[in-house]
Design a binder for this molecule. Structure first.
Ligand code: DGL
Length: 267
Protein backbone atom coordinates (compact mmCIF):
# COMPACT_ATOMS: atom_id res chain seq x y z
CA UNK A 1 0.00 0.00 0.00
CA UNK A 2 1.11 3.54 -0.72
CA UNK A 3 -1.22 6.44 0.10
CA UNK A 4 0.91 9.14 -1.56
CA UNK A 5 -0.80 10.98 -4.43
CA UNK A 6 -0.24 10.66 -8.18
CA UNK A 7 1.07 13.86 -9.77
CA UNK A 8 0.02 14.71 -13.32
CA UNK A 9 1.05 17.68 -15.41
CA UNK A 10 0.52 19.35 -18.75
CA UNK A 11 0.73 22.84 -20.19
CA UNK A 12 -3.03 23.26 -19.86
CA UNK A 13 -6.27 21.28 -20.12
CA UNK A 14 -4.94 18.52 -22.39
CA UNK A 15 -3.57 16.43 -19.53
CA UNK A 16 -7.05 16.37 -18.01
CA UNK A 17 -7.88 13.71 -20.61
CA UNK A 18 -5.20 11.54 -18.99
CA UNK A 19 -6.21 12.55 -15.44
CA UNK A 20 -9.80 11.56 -16.16
CA UNK A 21 -8.72 8.15 -17.46
CA UNK A 22 -6.53 7.65 -14.35
CA UNK A 23 -9.43 8.65 -12.07
CA UNK A 24 -11.65 6.02 -13.77
CA UNK A 25 -9.01 3.27 -13.73
CA UNK A 26 -7.76 4.03 -10.22
CA UNK A 27 -10.70 5.43 -8.21
CA UNK A 28 -8.92 5.19 -4.83
CA UNK A 29 -5.88 7.25 -5.80
CA UNK A 30 -5.46 10.89 -4.76
CA UNK A 31 -4.31 13.13 -7.60
CA UNK A 32 -2.53 16.45 -7.90
CA UNK A 33 -2.87 18.04 -11.33
CA UNK A 34 -0.64 20.89 -12.47
CA UNK A 35 -1.64 22.91 -15.55
CA UNK A 36 1.17 25.24 -16.61
CA UNK A 37 -1.20 27.72 -18.19
CA UNK A 38 1.31 30.57 -17.80
CA UNK A 39 3.60 28.90 -20.34
CA UNK A 40 1.11 27.35 -22.74
CA UNK A 41 1.61 26.29 -25.50
CA UNK A 42 4.63 24.06 -24.89
CA UNK A 43 4.53 22.84 -28.47
CA UNK A 44 5.98 26.06 -29.87
CA UNK A 45 8.73 26.45 -27.23
CA UNK A 46 12.37 25.34 -27.37
CA UNK A 47 13.41 22.04 -25.85
CA UNK A 48 15.37 23.91 -23.14
CA UNK A 49 12.33 25.99 -22.14
CA UNK A 50 10.06 22.94 -21.87
CA UNK A 51 12.73 21.17 -19.81
CA UNK A 52 12.96 24.13 -17.42
CA UNK A 53 9.17 24.26 -16.88
CA UNK A 54 9.01 20.49 -16.45
CA UNK A 55 11.73 20.45 -13.78
CA UNK A 56 10.01 23.24 -11.85
CA UNK A 57 6.66 21.41 -11.90
CA UNK A 58 8.28 18.10 -10.99
CA UNK A 59 9.83 19.82 -7.99
CA UNK A 60 6.41 21.04 -6.85
CA UNK A 61 4.93 17.55 -7.23
CA UNK A 62 7.88 15.89 -5.47
CA UNK A 63 7.58 18.35 -2.58
CA UNK A 64 3.93 17.40 -2.32
CA UNK A 65 4.98 13.78 -1.91
CA UNK A 66 3.81 12.28 -5.21
CA UNK A 67 4.75 8.61 -5.65
CA UNK A 68 4.27 8.69 -9.43
CA UNK A 69 4.48 11.68 -11.76
CA UNK A 70 2.73 11.37 -15.10
CA UNK A 71 3.97 13.71 -17.82
CA UNK A 72 0.52 14.06 -19.40
CA UNK A 73 1.91 16.01 -22.32
CA UNK A 74 3.64 14.71 -25.43
CA UNK A 75 5.72 17.86 -25.89
CA UNK A 76 7.15 17.59 -22.36
CA UNK A 77 7.45 13.79 -22.66
CA UNK A 78 9.56 14.20 -25.79
CA UNK A 79 11.69 17.06 -24.40
CA UNK A 80 12.12 16.17 -20.74
CA UNK A 81 11.37 12.52 -19.91
CA UNK A 82 14.99 11.34 -19.53
CA UNK A 83 15.88 14.49 -17.61
CA UNK A 84 12.96 14.14 -15.18
CA UNK A 85 13.73 10.46 -14.62
CA UNK A 86 17.30 11.34 -13.63
CA UNK A 87 16.11 14.29 -11.53
CA UNK A 88 13.45 12.38 -9.58
CA UNK A 89 15.69 9.34 -9.07
CA UNK A 90 14.16 7.09 -6.40
CA UNK A 91 11.85 9.81 -5.09
CA UNK A 92 9.08 9.08 -7.63
CA UNK A 93 8.38 7.01 -10.70
CA UNK A 94 8.16 9.14 -13.86
CA UNK A 95 5.74 7.95 -16.55
CA UNK A 96 5.37 9.56 -19.97
CA UNK A 97 2.49 9.35 -22.47
CA UNK A 98 4.58 8.24 -25.44
CA UNK A 99 5.92 4.82 -24.40
CA UNK A 100 2.49 3.24 -23.70
CA UNK A 101 1.26 4.34 -27.16
CA UNK A 102 4.43 3.17 -28.90
CA UNK A 103 3.96 -0.29 -27.36
CA UNK A 104 0.36 -0.52 -28.59
CA UNK A 105 1.14 0.67 -32.12
CA UNK A 106 4.25 -1.47 -32.55
CA UNK A 107 2.40 -4.60 -31.46
CA UNK A 108 -0.91 -4.02 -33.26
CA UNK A 109 0.17 -2.84 -36.72
CA UNK A 110 2.62 -5.09 -38.51
CA UNK A 111 3.59 -3.37 -41.77
CA UNK A 112 1.14 -0.52 -42.01
CA UNK A 113 1.37 3.17 -42.76
CA UNK A 114 0.46 5.06 -39.59
CA UNK A 115 -0.11 8.82 -39.21
CA UNK A 116 0.84 10.98 -36.25
CA UNK A 117 -0.30 14.50 -35.47
CA UNK A 118 1.23 16.53 -32.66
CA UNK A 119 2.83 19.81 -31.72
CA UNK A 120 5.91 21.17 -33.46
CA UNK A 121 8.01 20.19 -30.40
CA UNK A 122 6.84 16.58 -30.45
CA UNK A 123 7.03 16.11 -34.20
CA UNK A 124 10.43 17.78 -34.61
CA UNK A 125 11.87 15.64 -31.79
CA UNK A 126 11.30 12.51 -33.91
CA UNK A 127 10.82 10.56 -30.71
CA UNK A 128 7.78 8.54 -31.87
CA UNK A 129 9.59 7.49 -35.04
CA UNK A 130 12.69 6.43 -33.13
CA UNK A 131 10.81 4.50 -30.44
CA UNK A 132 8.48 2.78 -32.92
CA UNK A 133 11.39 1.79 -35.17
CA UNK A 134 13.15 0.30 -32.15
CA UNK A 135 10.19 -2.04 -31.60
CA UNK A 136 8.88 -2.55 -35.13
CA UNK A 137 10.95 -1.52 -38.11
CA UNK A 138 8.17 -2.34 -40.61
CA UNK A 139 5.85 0.50 -39.63
CA UNK A 140 5.85 3.49 -41.96
CA UNK A 141 5.18 6.46 -39.67
CA UNK A 142 4.26 9.81 -41.21
CA UNK A 143 4.14 12.79 -38.85
CA UNK A 144 2.52 16.19 -39.23
CA UNK A 145 2.80 19.16 -36.87
CA UNK A 146 -0.64 20.68 -36.29
CA UNK A 147 0.10 23.77 -34.19
CA UNK A 148 -3.29 25.47 -34.54
CA UNK A 149 -5.11 22.71 -32.69
CA UNK A 150 -3.95 23.43 -29.11
CA UNK A 151 -4.91 27.13 -29.04
CA UNK A 152 -8.17 26.24 -30.80
CA UNK A 153 -9.02 23.67 -28.12
CA UNK A 154 -7.87 25.85 -25.19
CA UNK A 155 -10.21 28.55 -26.49
CA UNK A 156 -13.09 26.07 -26.56
CA UNK A 157 -13.44 25.98 -30.35
CA UNK A 158 -14.47 22.43 -31.02
CA UNK A 159 -17.49 20.72 -32.59
CA UNK A 160 -18.11 23.72 -34.79
CA UNK A 161 -17.45 24.86 -38.35
CA UNK A 162 -14.14 26.54 -37.61
CA UNK A 163 -12.71 23.41 -35.97
CA UNK A 164 -14.04 21.15 -38.76
CA UNK A 165 -12.31 23.35 -41.34
CA UNK A 166 -8.96 23.41 -39.55
CA UNK A 167 -9.05 19.64 -38.92
CA UNK A 168 -9.96 18.93 -42.53
CA UNK A 169 -7.16 21.14 -43.77
CA UNK A 170 -4.58 19.26 -41.72
CA UNK A 171 -5.89 15.75 -42.35
CA UNK A 172 -6.04 16.16 -46.11
CA UNK A 173 -2.28 16.85 -46.29
CA UNK A 174 -0.49 14.47 -48.66
CA UNK A 175 1.58 12.62 -46.06
CA UNK A 176 -1.46 11.52 -44.09
CA UNK A 177 -3.24 9.78 -46.98
CA UNK A 178 -3.91 5.99 -47.00
CA UNK A 179 -3.08 5.52 -43.32
CA UNK A 180 -4.37 2.61 -41.28
CA UNK A 181 -4.43 4.51 -37.98
CA UNK A 182 -3.81 8.02 -36.68
CA UNK A 183 -1.97 8.63 -33.41
CA UNK A 184 -3.19 11.67 -31.52
CA UNK A 185 0.28 12.70 -30.36
CA UNK A 186 -0.94 15.50 -28.11
CA UNK A 187 -3.05 15.11 -25.01
CA UNK A 188 -5.28 18.01 -26.06
CA UNK A 189 -6.49 16.15 -29.13
CA UNK A 190 -8.83 13.60 -27.47
CA UNK A 191 -11.12 16.61 -27.04
CA UNK A 192 -11.57 16.63 -30.82
CA UNK A 193 -11.34 12.86 -31.29
CA UNK A 194 -14.98 12.57 -32.36
CA UNK A 195 -14.52 15.22 -35.03
CA UNK A 196 -11.39 13.48 -36.31
CA UNK A 197 -13.10 10.07 -36.37
CA UNK A 198 -16.08 11.62 -38.18
CA UNK A 199 -13.71 13.04 -40.80
CA UNK A 200 -12.42 9.53 -41.49
CA UNK A 201 -15.94 8.01 -41.41
CA UNK A 202 -14.54 5.22 -39.19
CA UNK A 203 -12.09 4.05 -41.93
CA UNK A 204 -9.03 4.99 -39.89
CA UNK A 205 -8.50 3.99 -36.28
CA UNK A 206 -7.92 7.09 -34.15
CA UNK A 207 -5.68 6.35 -31.18
CA UNK A 208 -5.30 8.47 -28.06
CA UNK A 209 -2.97 7.80 -25.18
CA UNK A 210 -5.22 8.55 -22.19
CA UNK A 211 -6.49 5.03 -21.49
CA UNK A 212 -3.27 3.21 -22.37
CA UNK A 213 -1.36 5.55 -20.08
CA UNK A 214 -3.87 5.08 -17.24
CA UNK A 215 -3.49 1.34 -17.69
CA UNK A 216 0.30 1.67 -17.58
CA UNK A 217 0.03 3.56 -14.26
CA UNK A 218 -2.34 0.89 -12.93
CA UNK A 219 0.01 -1.96 -13.88
CA UNK A 220 2.95 -0.16 -12.29
CA UNK A 221 1.12 0.43 -9.00
CA UNK A 222 -0.12 -3.16 -8.86
CA UNK A 223 3.27 -4.68 -9.64
CA UNK A 224 4.93 -2.55 -6.95
CA UNK A 225 2.17 -3.03 -4.41
CA UNK A 226 1.70 0.74 -4.41
CA UNK A 227 -2.09 0.97 -4.72
CA UNK A 228 -3.85 3.28 -2.29
CA UNK A 229 -6.70 2.00 -0.16
CA UNK A 230 -8.25 5.44 0.48
CA UNK A 231 -12.03 5.56 0.66
CA UNK A 232 -12.14 9.25 -0.08
CA UNK A 233 -9.25 10.19 -2.34
CA UNK A 234 -8.63 13.90 -2.89
CA UNK A 235 -8.05 15.85 -6.10
CA UNK A 236 -5.97 19.00 -6.16
CA UNK A 237 -5.74 21.29 -9.20
CA UNK A 238 -2.91 23.78 -9.48
CA UNK A 239 -2.47 26.30 -12.30
CA UNK A 240 0.43 28.63 -12.90
CA UNK A 241 -1.99 31.23 -14.30
CA UNK A 242 -5.69 31.34 -13.59
CA UNK A 243 -7.93 31.10 -16.67
CA UNK A 244 -11.73 30.82 -16.89
CA UNK A 245 -11.47 28.28 -19.68
CA UNK A 246 -9.34 26.00 -17.51
CA UNK A 247 -11.90 26.10 -14.72
CA UNK A 248 -14.78 25.42 -17.14
CA UNK A 249 -12.92 22.48 -18.70
CA UNK A 250 -12.02 20.98 -15.35
CA UNK A 251 -15.70 20.94 -14.40
CA UNK A 252 -16.50 19.34 -17.74
CA UNK A 253 -14.06 16.52 -17.07
CA UNK A 254 -14.72 15.88 -13.42
CA UNK A 255 -18.44 16.64 -13.31
CA UNK A 256 -18.21 18.46 -10.02
CA UNK A 257 -17.09 21.82 -8.70
CA UNK A 258 -13.32 21.91 -8.57
CA UNK A 259 -11.16 24.32 -6.70
CA UNK A 260 -8.28 25.73 -8.73
CA UNK A 261 -5.28 26.95 -6.80
CA UNK A 262 -3.12 29.61 -8.38
CA UNK A 263 0.46 28.36 -8.06
CA UNK A 264 3.01 30.53 -9.89
CA UNK A 265 6.18 28.65 -10.81
CA UNK A 266 8.35 31.73 -10.51
CA UNK A 267 7.53 34.63 -8.14
N1 DGL B 1 -0.95 18.73 -24.44
C1 DGL B 1 0.40 18.91 -24.78
C2 DGL B 1 0.97 17.84 -25.65
O1 DGL B 1 0.55 16.71 -25.49
C3 DGL B 1 0.92 20.29 -24.97
C4 DGL B 1 0.34 21.14 -25.99
C5 DGL B 1 0.98 22.50 -25.98
O2 DGL B 1 1.04 23.11 -24.91
O3 DGL B 1 1.44 22.92 -27.04
O4 DGL B 1 1.84 18.05 -26.45
Amino acid sequence: MNERPIGIFDSGIGGLTVAQAIRRRLPSESMIYFGDTAHLPYGDKSEAAVQAYSIKITDVLLNKGCKVIVIACNSASSAAYELLKAYAGKRAKIINVIDPMVEVVSGRYRKNKIGLIGTKRTVSSGVYLKKIKDLNNNIDLKSLATPLLVPMIEEGFFNQKISHDIIENYLTQKDLQSIKALILGCTHYPLIKEEISAFYKEDVEVLDSSEVTANYVYEYLVSHNWLSSANEPTDEFLVSDYTDSFEASTKLFFEHQVHLEHYPLWE
